[in-house]
Ligand binder design. Structure first.
Ligand SMILES: *Cc1c(COP(=O)(O)O)cnc(C)c1O
Length: 500
């Protein structure tokens, strides 16, 4: 199977090349030329397999230039009991007869990004080897919190790679900052940027597109690569857990084989829900995909009206990992629903860049609406949902997952659809402890408490253990003190890599 660029389908590469490059040289994203299909009997067979065996079955359909040993090795290095706190890797929690949470946060950083970032480094180093790459891979990341830590944990001590993470000095939560500045590993670097996330992101983008600088890097035997969800190697591992969840529902006799389900995904960059879309295209019996946004509801408007318009106020919310106005992965969906019309997609992406807006024709809109339903909620509704869910079911969810739950409730109210539904639970409530506790306790009980007192308090309220990786932060040494302003990021990279 080959991969093509969404902006020029004549650019064709193998999966190893697509993963190594991250983004197509023409600025497009790589997608499979044809989506592989699974027979319904193959899907049902997954029910009796381990997570790792399910992962191998799905990955081998997409990574056809990898040997089965290579795939198995990548899978086993990523999903094991040293890295994940549960043997099931991505377990299902049954809330009611109709609602199941897919807990994607049992990995080392307590958010769903581990599901992909634990395996990406291995897919990437295998891809480099397969394509004859002899340079050391340098991963540059700008993070608003979750991606940076997940990438650090994924790439730490992975041979042939170095990673440099830039985070906005005052733009991440205390826990997120602690998670990053205490990061261990012989190839990791963490740098605070004086500025906001956009400053850090623009700085990284400038380095990526600086030809002269990239030439200097090559001369020093380095090659830049990216760990964000434009890389196919980050998207494909996310397809696995939707199949896995379906397998679990069949295995537990919650659904009959071939029964359709809905999937709800709290979304920012449209990555996680796009993986669910690919699962549906592959034959997973999915009725509706429900796209849940916070007040940065650019995707809700797009799915409802067919107009993508980023010209709006950026809102800072209590679900910060979804505070995004440019959903990069939507480009892949547009390519798919237009029957791979690369010329159109390229035009829309140019309009988005130039005017911050594009509009799709009715026929495309209709196609998207057949598959997707969209809604959003504000912070107040998010908090209320955390509180109600705890009160009614004694189950504590994080702020992002609460957005998903609230939008699902809206969907049921509007459609009356009682199809069994999986809600992607994207972070542990402990990771966003302050916002979660604000929904569950009185303000005076929270004020003045340290992060670790808050973790303890949440543990008592929820009746669940503090995730090991968060509890351990208390005793970790701060290893990273580097700081720079947004014009100095390139110098930091040069220093770290000791460029000549
Ligand atoms: C990144 C993230 C999201 C959004 O995922 P996308 O793939 O960008 O849609 C949702 N919840 C949490 C906790 C995240 O870290």
């Amino acid at each position: 199977m080959l991969y093509q660029s969404t902006r020029d389908k004549n650019i064709l590469v193998k999966s190893a090349e697509a993963i190594k490059l991250g983004i197509s040289p023409d600025g497009g994203l790589f997608v499979p030329q044809e989506v592989p299909k699974l027979l319904s009997s193959n899907i049902i067979d997954l029910a009796n397999m381990s997570y790792n065996a399910r992962a191998v079955e799905i990955l081998k359909l997409f990574l056809t230039d990898f040997t089965s040993d290579e795939i198995k090795e990548c899978v086993n290095k990523a999903y094991n009991k040293e890295k994940f706190e549960t043997e099931n890797i991505a377990p299902i929690y049954k809330l009611t007869d109709n609602i199941y949470f897919l807990e994607l946060w049992h990995g080392p950083t307590c958010a769903f990004k581990d599901m992909a970032l634990q395996i990406l480094p291995h897919l990437l180093t295998t891809s480099a080897l397969k394509t004859g790459e002899d340079k050391e891979i340098v991963i540059l990341v700008a993070t608003s919190g979750d991606t940076g830590k997940a990438a650090l944990e994924g790439f730490k001590d992975v041979k042939g790679t170095k990673i440099i993470v830039f985070y906005p000095e005052n733009g991440v939560s205390e826990i997120q900052k602690l998670q990053m500045i205490t990061q261990e590993g012989n190839n990791v670097n963490v740098v605070a940027v004086e500025g906001n996330f956009d400053d850090a992101q623009n700085g990284v983008k400038t380095i990526f597109t600086d030809d002269e600088y990239n030439h200097l890097l090559e001369k020093n035997n380095f090659k830049l690569s990216s760990a964000n969800s434009i890389n196919w190697g980050r998207l494909v591992p996310q397809i696995i857990y939707y199949f896995s969840a379906y397998g679990d529902l069949v295995k537990n006799e919650e659904i009959k084989p071939e029964e359709k389900i809905n999937i709800v995904v709290p979304t920012g960059n449209f990555g996680n829900i796009l993986a669910a879309y690919y699962a549906r295209e592959m034959g997973l019996p999915i009725n509706k995909l429900i796209c849940a946004s916070n007040e940065n509801n650019v995707l809700t408007d797009f799915i409802k009206k067919g107009v993508y318009d980023r010209n709006r106020e950026f809102k800072t919310t209590i679900s910060p990992s979804m505070d995004i106005l440019i959903s990069s992965n939507l480009e892949r969906l547009l390519f798919e629903v237009t029957g791979h019309d690369h010329i159109r997609v390229k035009q829309w992406m140019e309009e988005l860049k130039d005017n911050g807006r594009y509009e799709i024709p009715d026929i495309t809109k209709k196609k998207i609406k057949e598959i997707f339903w969209a809604g959003y909620c504000d912070d107040q509704a998010t908090s209320q949902t955390i509180k109600d869910t705890e009160m009614n079911y004694s189950y504590v969810i994080d702020t992002h997952t609460a957005v998903g739950k609230h939008v699902y409730d809206q969907y049921v109210k509007e459609t009356g659809d009682d199809t069994k539904t999986i809600i992607a639970s994207t972070a542990s409530p402990f990771k966003f402890n302050e916002s979660v506790l604000s929904a569950l306790a009185a303000p005076e009980d929270i004020q003045g408490k340290t992060e670790f007192e808050l973790l303890e308090m949440l543990s008592q309220k929820s009746g669940s253990r503090i995730p090991k990786s968060l509890a351990e932060l208390q005793n970790k040494v701060i290893l990273h003190h580097k700081k720079c302003n947004k014009t100095e990021m390139k110098n930091i990279v040069s220093d770290v890599l000791d460029l000549k």
